[in-house]
Design a binder for this molecule. Structure first.
Ligand SMILES: [Zn+2]
Length: 150
């Protein structure tokens, strides 16, 4: 038995940053502040204020999608990231940062085009890709096996 990995997640409802265990059985941990379930199986919105707490405070790799609402290719990526978060919930976190509302992180991480995916491991940048990725290339980037559903 190994302890379940910990993750740091801003609550989408009350914005409190929570440190929670990821339950591989799929139970969503409750927010310590408002008690609502934290959707760890979906992409989580992060901001200039909490993105670094999320990447540093999580035992699992964190995939951050740097996107903007007006960006058409970003919209193409969204269902893939939803699928990834759901398939690999408990093994990695998927986070989304709106680069228009959060310029500090976009500048700090040198985002020059969107969508850019950065994969963080142990709080450090591990891999990066700019542009749309088909699901098999996304799996390759993450070095994981993913069943691609047609
Ligand atoms: Zn909350």
């Amino acid at each position: 038995m190994t302890a379940s990995p910990q993750a740091t997640i801003p609550c989408p409802f009350c914005l409190t940053v929570n440190k929670v265990g990821l339950d591989p059985s799929g139970v969503r941990p409750a927010c310590g502040e408002c008690g609502r379930p934290l959707p760890v199986d979906r992409p989580i919105k992060v901001t200039d204020q909490d993105m670094e707490a999320t990447i540093r405070g999580s035992d699992v790799p964190v995939v951050v999608d740097f996107y903007a609402d007006w960006c058409q290719p970003c919209r193409m990526m969204a269902p893939m990231l939803d699928q990834l978060a759901s398939d690999l919930h408990g093994e990695l976190l998927v986070a989304k940062l709106d680069t228009d509302s959060n310029p500090t992180m976009a500048v700090k991480y040198g985002i020059r085009g969107i969508p850019t995916l950065i994969v963080f491991k142990d709080g450090q940048e591990w891999k990066r890709h700019t542009g749309v990725l088909p699901p098999d290339r996304l799996a390759e980037l993450l070095e994981i096996e993913v069943e691609v559903e047609e």
